[in-house]
Design a protein around this ligand. Structure first.
Ligand SMILES: *Cc1c(COP(=O)(O)O)cnc(C)c1O
Length: 387
């Protein structure tokens, strides 16, 4: 089955994991820190904290930034559920801002309107979570200006975009945002099975995230000025167990060495799709943002179904029968029953996101896909829409 995303694991990855499985520590050993240092280098970030998954990373960022009931946290409706769910974990209130029709990332002009409409009602927006959707950097310069002007916290849900760059800067995530989150789920840029991380240049955020990922306790130093014995630990905050393991971190280190090649291959595949679908009225190919280099976690092709002889459901079924599994990214979060019922979001509230959702089909893109497989996808997709 050719699916929309897939991990790439080679013998070096396997050897790296096996080596740690034979070592003294499976978890809480020295490899986690090594992985974090490699992440710091790649993201040009002062601090990186590896955790159990990307959802946990978002949860911890919310806690570290002090989100609480009554706080309004704004994000894009076109993202994975985790982004908005993390707001709920903190007991805060989510709100959404429509996307830019070209980059499919949060529209800064609409963000400013949203902030002002809350201010008019005497409410302040606490934080904004931008998403580098599909691997395309959001408009971080504009978002930073707005965050400074209205004194908001700025978070980058960077789960799609490890390997992207913005103004030729591959370390933009932690530079513009107060904290950035990563996921190492198998479909993402690199994988550790499950896994995630927080990257930040803010040492206070880093310290709190470190504390909260492991139950909120500090260990005794065994010596030092406080003379606490090594067995001693004290809990100072309510934390969680969001730790990653050493053997996962070993996989992460090995995968990071291949990141550049992974992204290059994703860009090659995107180039083939671009060449096939660009210039045809029935399709809109993702063009990315100005001054940015896409990481192509997803290849979101938009299809104008009013111009083709198929609806999306039929097309997906036909492609599936040919061994090609497409996907839709995403059902806008404000249309999810839970969010509709709890917060009163309604259809038509974010029209650009909703129109994008109606047309979106994610084509298979991953480092291990062959040119022949890409050609098969293209040929069958044309056949299916022309039937
Ligand atoms: C994958 C993803 C997450 C969640 O990551 P997990 O590691 O699966 O918990 C969060 N946000 C976005 C945008 C993602 O794509």
């Amino acid at each position: 089955m050719i699916s929309y995303g897939k991990q790439y694991i080679d013998q070096d990855d396997i050897d790296a994991v096996v080596e740690i499985l034979k070592s003294e520590f499976l978890t809480q050993g020295p490899i986690i820190e090594e992985f974090e240092q490699d992440l710091c280098q790649i993201l040009d970030a002062r601090h990186c904290c590896a955790v159990a998954n990307g959802t946990g990373a978002l949860h911890l960022v919310g806690l570290a930034l002090g989100w609480k009931p009554g706080d309004i946290i704004v994000t894009s409706p076109i993202t994975f559920l985790s982004t908005a769910n993390a707001v709920l974990y903190a007991g805060a209130t989510p709100d959404f801002v429509d996307i830019d029709p070209v980059t499919y990332t949060l529209d800064p002009n609409k963000l400013e309107e949203k902030i002002r409409s809350h201010l008019k009602l005497g409410r302040k927006v606490t934080a904004v979570i931008g998403i580098d959707f599909a691997g395309c950097p959001a408009d971080w310069e504009a978002l930073r200006v707005i965050a400074d002007q209205y004194q908001l916290q700025l978070v980058n849900d960077h789960c799609h975009a490890l390997g992207a760059s913005y103004n030729s800067d591959s370390g933009y995530a932690a530079r513009y945002a107060d904290a950035a989150t990563l996921s190492f789920h198998p479909v993402k840029s690199i994988t550790t099975g499950e896994g995630g991380a927080i990257a930040t240049n803010n040492s206070e955020v880093a310290e709190r995230v470190n504390l909260l990922r492991t139950h909120g306790y500090r260990k005794g130093s065994g010596s030092g000025p406080d003379h606490s014995p090594s067995w001693y630990y004290e809990m100072v905050e309510l934390g969680y167990n969001y730790r990653i393991t050493d053997f996962q971190s070993a996989l992460g280190i090995s995968q990071l060495r291949k990141l550049k090649g992974f992204i290059e291959r994703r860009r090659e595949v995107a180039g083939k799709y671009d060449a096939a679908f660009r210039g045809d009225d029935r399709f809109v190919v993702p063009v990315g943002g100005p001054n940015s280099a896409h990481a192509y976690h997803i290849y979101p092709l938009q299809i104008d179904f009013s111009q083709v002889n198929s609806d999306r459901e039929k097309m997906f079924q036909r492609m599936e029968s040919l061994g090609i599994r497409l996907q839709v990214h995403y059902i806008p979060i404000h249309l999810q029953p839970y969010y509709k019922n709890k917060f009163g979001f309604f259809e038509g509230e974010f029209p650009i996101a909703e129109a994008f959702y109606q047309r979106e089909c994610s084509l298979p893109i991953y480092p291990g896909i062959t040119d022949e497989e890409v050609d098969t996808v293209i040929t069958n997709l044309f056949r299916t829409v022309s039937q």
